[in-house]
Write a protein that binds this ligand. Structure first.
Ligand SMILES: [Zn+2]
Length: 362
């Protein structure tokens, strides 16, 4: 991705607002036909690049623009550089945010899905507390803002985009929406924000059992009260912020979906069966949901934040959480142990290219 002045055609690798000579807004230009110009092999590990060897590629597009990218795969200088997309609904797409969140969203979504402009879209960000964005407690307002921009750019009408939220604690949802800056993002984009607790719920029972063995005789009697909004929209986007958590490993894609439940139903099931079984069973009653996960700045188990700089996407939230656990090199919680990482197709960037040793950074 480059940024070009429409008049003097000067190009930058990072999004400065305006051309310093012409004062015009820069246009985003995409690179096509990329080839590898030079390759360096790195044999020294660092906390940000723990796995060696890896390669630093100097890439060049057909317009002669150059940039560098890390790769675990070795390329020969002169060979073509191509990123494959996939139709596999269980695949996980990974992209690193350089300067531009919109670019990362465009990239991860285009690798796994084509957005139909006629869709009615419901977005569920993580919104759990009235906290400023820098605490990384709620999804970043910038990620929500750029996702809405991306959908509009793909032809989805503003009036067909809704942002859903629900409070499961004592914080009023309006206070959380305000402090997290979600309210101003929605107002600026003229997008409706919905409090799910004020809407109807539908009673459902999973047909499959979760894959972890039951330890409680009542495990099979899950009954969920799921928001009717989930079934009234065509495209449901789960937009969690990922967190590393002492209790369930990754508080991420799967856990965020519990906000589609009725609060009483959620608290009751959590008390009876525990969070891990609850989130695994919930997946069985929900329709197909696209998860786009904010892993730019993430909370570590001690609730400090660490920079991770990633956006991930998948139609399989369990696979997405498993991939993130691998990226952050955490000890696997029970419910993620059942997922075979080798069977998950990864597109965009390889896990080893974005992996970092979090323990050495905190
Ligand atoms: Zn210019």
């Amino acid at each position: 991705m480059f940024y070009q002045c429409p008049k003097c055609k000067k190009t930058w690798q990072y999004p400065i607002e305006k051309c310093p000579d012409c004062f015009l807004k820069l246009e985003r230009v995409f690179s096509e036909k990329i080839k590898v110009v030079a390759v360096s092999r790195v044999n020294i590990p660092t906390p940000l690049h723990p796995k060696i060897p890896y390669f630093v590629l100097l890439l060049e597009d057909d317009k002669g623009r150059k940039w560098v990218q890390k790769s675990v795969k070795e390329y020969k200088a002169g060979s073509e550089f191509k990123i494959e997309s996939t139709q596999d609904k269980n695949a996980v797409a990974i992209w690193r945010v350089k300067y531009d969140v919109l670019e990362a969203i465009e990239k991860v979504v285009s690798l796994i899905e084509k957005i139909n402009p006629a869709v009615k879209t419901l977005i569920l960000p993580t919104l759990i507390a009235p906290r400023h964005p820098y605490f990384a407690q709620n999804t970043s307002p910038e990620v929500l803002n750029q996702l809405i921009k991306f959908l509009i750019q793909r032809g989805v009408k503003k009036e067909n985009i809704k942002v859903a939220a629900q409070s499961f604690n004592d914080f009023p949802i309006t206070a959380s929406a305000k402090k997290s800056k979600f309210l101003s993002v929605c107002e600026k984009n003229k997008v409706q924000i919905l409090d799910l607790s004020q809407k109807g719920f539908k009673r459902l029972q999973p047909t499959h059992r979760p894959s972890i063995p039951p330890t409680h005789p009542k495990t099979e009697n899950f009954i969920f009260d799921v928001s009717e909004e989930v079934f009234k929209n065509d495209l449901i986007i789960n937009l969690p912020i990922l967190k590393l958590d002492k209790k369930i490993g990754i508080r991420g894609a799967l856990e965020n979906l519990t906000r589609f439940l009725n609060k009483e139903s959620y608290l009751g099931l959590k008390y009876l069966y525990g969070e891990q079984k609850l989130i695994l069973s919930l997946k069985e009653v929900l329709p197909e949901i696209l998860t786009i996960a904010d892993a730019i700045s993430i909370q570590t188990p001690n609730t400090f934040t660490a920079f991770s700089g990633l956006i991930l996407a998948s139609f399989n939230p369990l696979n997405l959480d498993r991939v993130m656990a691998e990226v952050a090199l955490i000890d696997l919680p029970e419910y993620l142990k059942s997922v075979n990482l080798n069977k998950i197709k990864i597109v965009g960037r390889e896990i080893a290219e974005v992996q970092y040793d979090l323990k050495s950074m905190i």
